[in-house]
Design a protein around this ligand. Structure first.
Ligand code: ZN
Ligand code: ZN
Ligand code: FE
Length: 746
């Protein structure tokens, strides 16, 4: 049996069923999955197989079953054999699983021997991906190898009727990992339960505590305490980007946010991601500095016994942000954490179970009624994507921002957990580590490597230095292919790939692309009209630069003197003249067709944001300003007749400036702007004559844009597809690169 069949209580389930049915034989974990041999009459064996599929453990999933009949050997009894390490390693490593209800009730039961034990787990829950070094998933191959099980734990582990039978991280207060509370200088303040209580007391008193969790450190502070949160921001060098908040319970979330049934299910799911929830307008509980100016809050519930115990002790919502400095990967090692987080955290609640790899909290948003993963890590990685056919081992190194990597082997693609922006030495080191650990774990040696077309990305340079045959895959093509792979979609399809930046086939910056994907390649059939970005890269942080470039393109140089326009006003005269010179000469002012930059420009025109504090902020604020309930109309636009067809937004900008002059609300302008973009998608789709439309790229993290596009396309009888568990942003690029490489062309 292949699939998610290890670390989920699969063998005990087989054992119980075979014993109950009086069948003899054995079951064994192999690097490919689980092998079962059972002896009995053909009819009974048929029933056994049926019941096995029907009664499989809740967290398992079966991808394939191969059966064959052998001669009877006359064996008696049923046994669980020791794992077999031979052969190709294709078994699925499970993600880390949030604490199950059984373990939770034990942790809070004073009569239980695991009362208040923060490392309680069983075959239905607990760490997996974050503790495994190698396949098969057995204790010696995990970071639990450092702990010898006590008598009682060993009995549970060896008893097929026990919930902890072969639960690899099985532990108890007698034999398992232990908490310590340390100061930044390493001095121990308290141990075990006293450490937890002292940490909670410190947090309640306004201190930031670094807490070693499942896939790395969190920085935890009282989310109601404005000063504590501000100090945390200063320490992390994180100006305005929202912090995630952990709540003690779903009920406490309801005091602060709207929670729909599907959102509640996600919060309480085994994946236990951060869910972006709409805040209740009147709720004042959370300090404004947690998510400044943001109508959403990133909310998560406790997902390990340690968090459950801590949150029960606190009884109030706490900021639980990654233990890192801005843009660096999350800390996993205690010494590293005390070094890197010194000055941010005063205390460190740590334990002696090593973390094999960093795994951040995942972030999810509800999109068109179902989950959309924006950051894919804990709970989701490294679950594979099935692909048709088979492949020799290949590697994809992803893009530059929100980097992930992927390896494909056989008919599966394993996309790594979120690594981050490859902007710092630490992030680049993590990138190399993840490639190393993924290839080691699946014991594959990639023959070929796919990368972005951008020659200067560190990931691209890594690919060219690797000595492997390199296939560069165009960025937006990769976006579209990732969405097609996730939806199991065959060509032909129309890809709408809208994002901030991606290196185009013509060397310009693409980002507002319509790609017709055929059997083996793609054609850029349409794109947003290009404009120049004065200062190039600087425009990413300064929406006002995009706005000037846009105005220059639509209205000419005179527009840069119109002091009634907010972006013009947002520059001192001198800087404006520098921009004008760059735009006129086309120097240090690259052309872009980016939809993301168009969002930025409009946010600046509306005087919402001229300088961003984090990636995507201006576009998000434009989305937040939106009044989509009452405003249904859109601005004019035109589409050229050439190939590629140019979507001209200039009529929209003229009309939008007129709206601004008339004093129209931001809500109305933003809605009309979003509606216009959706209408361009509908128009190009009609023109392309393709039924299947794929919506991908970072812009489709925008709820209104994505949902309205889905509605309008469906209304016009097209079939729209969007992402679910693979992010629409650059976190999905690695999967798309694999698909591009396997198609063998750009
Ligand atoms: Zn459990
Ligand atoms: Zn024990
Ligand atoms: Fe992108």
């Amino acid at each position: 049996m292949r699939g998610a069949v290890q670390g989920v209580g699969f063998r005990p389930a087989v054992y119980r069923l075979a014993t109950e049915m009086g069948l003899a034989g054995w079951v064994i974990n192999t690097p490919q999955g689980v092998t079962i041999e059972v002896e009995g009459t053909a009819a009974v064996l048929g029933t056994f197989l049926q019941r096995l599929e029907a009664d499989r453990p809740p967290r398992s999933s079966i991808q394939g079953v191969e059966t064959s009949y052998l001669d009877p050997t006359g064996c008696s009894g049923f046994e669980i054999r020791h794992s077999d390490a031979a052969g190709a390693k294709t078994a699925i490593v499970l993600p880390d699983i949030a604490t199950c209800p059984d373990c939770l009730s034990e942790v809070f039961d004073p009569a239980n021997r695991r009362y208040r034990y923060p490392f309680t787990n069983c075959t239905n829950c607990g760490p997996r991906y974050s503790i495994i070094d190698a396949l098969p998933y057995d204790r010696p191959n995990t970071t639990m190898r450092a702990f010898a099980m006590c008598q009682q734990c060993r009995c549970e582990y060896e008893d097929p009727r026990d919930r902890r039978f072969h639960a690899q991280p099985n532990a108890c207060p007698e034999c398992g990992p232990r908490l310590e509370l340390r100061r930044a200088d390493g001095g121990v303040v308290a141990i075990a339960d006293e450490a937890l209580i002292a940490a909670a007391r410190a947090i309640a008193g306004g201190t930031t505590v670094a807490v070693k969790g499942i896939g790395g450190f969190h920085l935890i502070a009282d989310a109601r305490n404005h000063d504590a949160v501000r100090r945390l921001r200063a320490g992390k060098h994180r100006e305005e980007k929202p912090f995630a908040t952990m709540f003690p319970s779903v009920a406490s979330v309801r005091d602060v946010c709207e929670v729909s049934p599907v959102e509640e299910r996600l919060l309480c799911s085994p994946e236990a991601p951060i869910v972006l929830l709409r805040r209740l307008e009147l709720a004042q509980v959370i300090a404004p500095s947690v998510a400044p100016g943001n109508p959403y809050l990133g909310v998560l519930l406790p997902y390990a016994p340690l968090h459950h115990l801590l949150m029960a002790e606190l009884g109030f919502p706490a900021v639980a942000t990654s233990g890192n400095l801005s843009d660096e990967p999350i800390c996993t090692d205690e010494n590293d954490a005390r070094h890197r987080l010194a000055g941010i955290a005063d205390l460190f609640l740590v334990h002696n179970r090593a973390i094999a790899r960093h795994v951040d909290d995942s972030i999810v948003r509800i999109m068109a009624g179902r989950e959309l993963v924006l950051r894919r890590a804990r709970g989701y990685a490294p679950m594979p994507q099935q692909i048709p056919g088979g492949t020799e081992p290949v590697l994809a190194v992803g893009a530059h921002l929100k980097n992930t990597v992927a390896i494909a082997t056989g008919n599966q693609v394993f996309t790594s957990q979120h690594i981050g922006d490859l902007e710092t030495a630490e992030a680049y080191a993590a990138f190399e580590d993840v490639i190393g650990s993924l290839t080691r774990m699946y014991d594959v040696e990639p023959r070929r490597v796919a990368c972005d077309l951008h020659p200067d990305y560190l990931s691209t340079r890594y690919a060219f230095r690797s000595g492997l045959a390199v296939t560069p895959v165009q960025h937006h093509y990769a976006h579209v292919l990732s969405c097609m792979a996730e939806n199991d979609l065959a060509a032909p399809a129309l890809g709408v790939a809208w994002d901030g930046t991606g290196y185009g086939l013509d060397g310009t910056v693409w980002g507002g692309e319509f790609l017709r994907v055929s059997q083996h390649s793609f054609e850029r059939i349409a794109h947003l009209r290009s404009f120049r970005l004065p200062g190039g890269e600087k425009a990413v942080r300064e929406p006002r630069r995009s706005a000037l470039g846009l105005l220059f393109e639509a209205l000419g140089s005179d527009a840069l003197d119109r002091m009634d326009l907010a972006p013009v006003n947002a520059f001192p005269k001198e800087d404006r003249e520098t921009m004008r010179a760059m735009l006129q000469a086309g120097l240090n002012a690259p052309l872009t067709s980016s939809a993301g930059r168009l969002f930025d420009a409009v946010a600046s025109l509306c005087d919402l944001r001229h300088v961003s504090r984090y990636e995507g902020q201006a576009a998000m604020e434009l989305e937040f300003a939106l009044d989509g309930r009452t405003v249904m109309d859109h601005y004019p636009f035109s589409i050229g007749t050439g190939t590629p067809a140019i979507i001209d937004w200039a009529p929209m900008i003229l009309s939008l400036i007129e709206d601004l002059r008339r004093g129209a609300t931001h809500g109305a302008i933003s809605a009309k702007f979003h509606n216009t973009l959706v209408e361009t998608i509908v128009s190009v789709t009609r023109m392309a004559g393709l039924e299947r439309v794929v919506l991908t790229g970072g812009c489709f993290q925008n709820k209104y844009l994505c949902e309205r596009a889905v509605d309008r396309l469906t209304g016009e009888r097209f079939n729209p597809y969007w992402h679910r568990r693979i992010p629409p942003n650059d976190g999905g690029i690695a999967l798309g690169q694999i698909m591009g490489l396997l198609r063998g062309t750009n």
